[in-house]
Design a protein. Structure first.
Length: 103
């Protein structure tokens, strides 16, 4: 009778260890799936960052070209507004990436 009690206790102990191990692995797997970013998400992020930089830069170039053709000036407004547009675009892209990484 003593032997059957020991084996029952060993079975319960083994069952509890197995149950704990399965729960730990399942929770890790669920957490990994929740945090995983799909390829479409990554491509979308690249697109959003790219357009965030390109649009203000192109707007700055367009305004600069217009100013340079209509108002005589010793300075290149196209170059200045290109740099300003690029700066604004980089700030916007940084904002979007920071916001996504905080999630």
């Amino acid at each position: 009778m003593n032997e059957s009690k020991v084996t029952e206790q060993q079975k319960k102990k083994h069952h509890n260890q197995f149950y704990t191990q399965v729960n730990r692995k399942a929770s890790r797997k669920i957490e990994a799936r929740r945090k995983k970013k799909s390829i479409w998400f990554v491509i979308g992020m690249f697109g959003m960052v790219g357009w965030s930089v390109v649009i203000p830069t192109l707007i700055g170039i367009a305004i600069g070209v217009w100013i340079d053709t209509h108002i005589p000036s010793p300075y290149s407004w196209t170059l200045m507004l290109l740099c300003i547009g690029l700066f604004i675009g980089c700030l916007t892209a940084w904002y979007w990436v920071k916001q996504e990484s905080d999630r």
